[in-house]
Design a protein around this ligand. Structure first.
Ligand SMILES: Cc1cc2nc3c(=O)[nH]c(=O)nc-3n(C[C@H](O)[C@H](O)[C@H](O)COP(=O)(O)OP(=O)(O)OC[C@H]3O[C@@H](n4cnc5c(N)ncnc54)[C@H](O)[C@@H]3O)c2cc1C
Length: 492
């Protein structure tokens, strides 16, 4: 293979929340390393730039979604999408990471060559279609977990007949006027519960149409204890204390949900009874058939969804769609919902590794057949890491541990003159289970395209910041599974 092309020590894929954090860690902890961030779009921020629907916000707290190296300074724990995007932009500008981003560069393929100890990477300029070839010593994918070009849309009967407007939240038109309109939002996930109170502020009425209910719980958007601690402690210390406080509280609630699901169901129901009008049909609309945390739980800040329902500007219908009609939707119960606008909050289409095709020494890697090592590398694939966040807590908690761990690997390679680190599975008995342990439709639909997890550490994915912190920050990187090899003979 030719050696004339550009070579980087580290190539980061994606300039979203994770990619900017990864850039910071690489330049801070491995000052010797050359690196760039290739971003397919023409803007920074990933998720927080793409999604523009009314009310877009985080549903996990910003003290854990923000970067530990630049703690979130806002007083709202649950922040709007615009503020999160600005925070990512400011972080990139302040740290200089922004200068390393090459926009409109979509990575298509990466082929590892053991002889050369490098990845041969092919990217496409999304503006000109031109192919860009380069090599890198380490590939760090921060490409998120879903497709950017389209969301998931079930095949609804008769959609073309509908005379009103159909919108997917992933492609929200800037000029959509919903004031005074009848809006139906199809879905019961985080996006639906976020959108509805926001639309209900000016729409004539908003109906949330769901096939089945999700767990929805209200949380205060401001955390007075966190704000007090951040005021009295120095910035970094305060950030760390509040991050741990929130991470442990979330983890504690998750564990309680797994161990005592009946108790948690009762607590959630009590919360709903307090927030919803007397006599409201909680059984039909807010009591899922599964246990808390079998699927992601939806958070509504300050109970805004329940306030809209109580005010009569929003309502919930639990039913199935038979067909779209000219005027709206016909449901299985025989009821008809008239609408001027239908929002299909039907979810994401998951995508692993930003769709990048991988090969190792000429052999295509079928990621679905590989286990993940510590939830951040692939069995038998050298010098490749992935930032994948938690499903039950803020994404950044795991993405940041991953970035830090990657810099430890990079420094080890740099210090020893070895050029390759590969997680090798010595335990033939490991039985693979799906990577994202949720029963949600969007996860189940794509499980066959994602790598698997094993039944024991380090191949098992814990979804626990505490366990990962121990495994990735405190334990040595030599664990008998990570194999360092391929000395640089030219240096001898
Ligand atoms: C509506 C919504 C709300 C969410 N709310 C929360 C929340 O409250 N808390 C939480 O923890 N998580 C939340 N998430 C998950 C969220 O995606 C993460 O919080 C976080 O933003 C992920 O950051 P990322 O940088 O890893 O990925 P992304 O934000 O998805 O960014 C990935 C970037 O990589 C680029 N890219 C992808 N493939 C390639 C390629 N092949 N070549 C070049 N570039 C590529 C993309 O263009 C994009 O810019 C939410 C997700 C959505 C969709």
């Amino acid at each position: 293979m030719d050696h004339q092309r550009e070579h980087l020590d580290v190539l980061i894929v994606g300039a979203g929340l994770s990619g900017i954090g990864a850039g910071y860690h690489v330049q801070t902890d491995c000052p010797w390393a050359s690196y760039a961030i290739f971003e397919a779009r023409d803007s920074i921020g990933g998720t927080w730039d793409l999604f523009r629907y009314p009310g877009i916000r985080s549903d996990s707290d910003m003290f854990t979604l923000g970067y530990p190296f630049r703690p979130w300074a806002g007083d709202k724990a649950i922040a709007d999408g615009g503020s999160i995007l600005q925070y990512i932009k400011d972080t990139a500008a302040e740290t200089g990471v922004g200068e390393r981003i090459r926009y409109r560069h979509k990575i298509l393929r990466a082929e590892w060559s053991t002889d050369d100890a490098r990845w041969f990477v092919t990217a496409e300029r999304t503006d000109t279609g031109e192919q860009v070839e380069l090599t890198c010593g380490f590939l760090f994918s921060c490409s998120g977990y879903y497709r950017y070009d389209h969301g998931y849309l079930p095949d609804f009967d008769g959609m073309e007949r509908f005379q009103g407007t159909v919108v997917h939240p992933q492609h929200w038109p800037d000029d959509l006027d919903y004031a005074g309109k009848r809006v139906v939002v199809i879905g019961s996930g985080a996006t639906a519960v976020t959108l509805i109170p926001s639309l209900a502020a000016t729409a004539e009425h908003v109906t949330m149409l769901q096939r089945s209910p999700s767990y929805v719980t209200a949380l205060p958007s401001k955390n007075p204890l966190a704000n007090l601690l951040r005021r009295v402690l120095p910035e970094r210390v305060g950030g760390t204390v509040v991050k741990w406080m929130n991470a442990l509280a979330t983890l504690g609630f998750f564990r309680l949900s797994r161990r005592r699901p009946k108790l948690v169901k009762r607590l959630l129901r009590l919360g709903l009874q307090r927030q919803l009008p007397a006599g409201y049909d909680i059984d039909t609309h807010f009591t899922p058939s599964y246990d808390p945390w079998d699927q992601r739980m939806c958070v509504v800040p300050d109970g805004d969804l329940f306030k809209a329902i109580s005010a009569g500007t929003a309502s919930v219908v639990t039913d199935r769609i038979v067909t779209f009609t000219e005027r709206g939707l016909l449901l299985e119960s025989g009821a008809e919902l008239d609408a001027d606008i239908v929002v299909t909050a039907t979810g994401l289409e998951l995508l692993f590794l930003g769709g990048i095709e991988l090969a190792v020494d000429g052999e295509k890697v079928d990621v679905a057949e590989r286990l993940t090592y510590k939830g951040m590398m692939l069995e038998g694939v050298p010098n490749l890491a992935l930032a994948i966040g938690y499903t039950n807590a803020s994404w950044t908690l795991k993405a940041d541990l991953t970035a830090e761990y990657v810099t430890r690997l990079l420094n080890r390679l740099h210090d020893t003159g070895l050029r390759q680190c590969t997680p090798v599975n010595h335990d033939a008995a490991t039985s693979p289970a799906p990577l994202l342990g949720l029963t949600s439709g969007y996860v189940q639909r794509s499980a066959h395209l994602f790598p698997k997890q094993g039944t024991a550490f380090p191949w098992q994915v814990h979804q626990s910041y505490l366990k990962d912190f121990r495994a990735m920050r405190l334990k040595p990187i030599d664990d008998g599974t990570m194999v360092f090899s391929n000395p640089d003979r030219s240096a001898a």
